[in-house]
Design a protein around this ligand. Structure first.
Ligand SMILES: [Zn+2]
Length: 175
């Protein structure tokens, strides 16, 4: 169970996958270290030590901007994420194991291994395509933090109050 959402100084979660969250013990420790501001509390949840009572924070923000830990660099799993695990030729969804990376413009024709030339393809489509050039379902692009963020299908929101700190697209997904 994760209890506290941790935001960067710009108001976005510190990391997307996994979502930057802390246990209540970790979050209270950060309060004592005086490194963060608390934005929301779990109003109905207090913890007790022999000498003090503390309300558990629900959303906290670091005071100084931290360079994002979320890896938005080019990688197999980030390409699958950008494409939502959907083969860009047959438009079917597949598991990680059944997918491959496909060069839209084949390597043999000078295609580069980069965001704008690589799409997610199932093994069957990739084999059938061979060295031909087929227009993918969506033109490949370099995703930014938010695009990868909303593509992470496994983002799990423990507490509804967190939604307002997570981007609008994700909010729509919930509705
Ligand atoms: Zn396919």
């Amino acid at each position: 169970m994760r209890d506290t959402l941790l935001l960067n100084a710009d108001g976005n979660p510190l990391s997307a996958a996994p979502l930057s969250t802390l246990t209540w013990q970790e979050s209270i420790k950060l309060i004592w270290l005086d490194r963060i501001n608390v934005l929301e509390w779990h109003e109905d949840w207090q913890v007790h030590s022999p000498t003090i009572t503390m309300t558990v924070p629900s959303v906290m923000m670091v005071r100084e901007f931290v360079k994002r830990r979320t890896n938005t660099s080019f990688s197999r799993s980030n390409v699958y994420c950008r494409d939502n695990y959907i083969c860009q030729y047959c438009k079917q969804m597949f598991s990680y194991k059944e997918l491959t990376l496909d060069h839209v413009i084949p390597k043999s024709k000078g295609g580069k291994t980069e965001w704008t030339n690589i799409v997610t393809a199932c093994k069957k489509c990739n084999n059938q395509k061979g060295n031909s050039i087929i227009k993918p379902y969506k033109p490949p692009h370099k995703p930014d933090f938010h695009q990868l963020y909303k593509s992470k299908n496994h983002v799990h929101i423990e507490h509804p109050v967190w939604y307002k700190y997570i981007n609008a697209e994700l909010e729509e997904k919930r509705a």
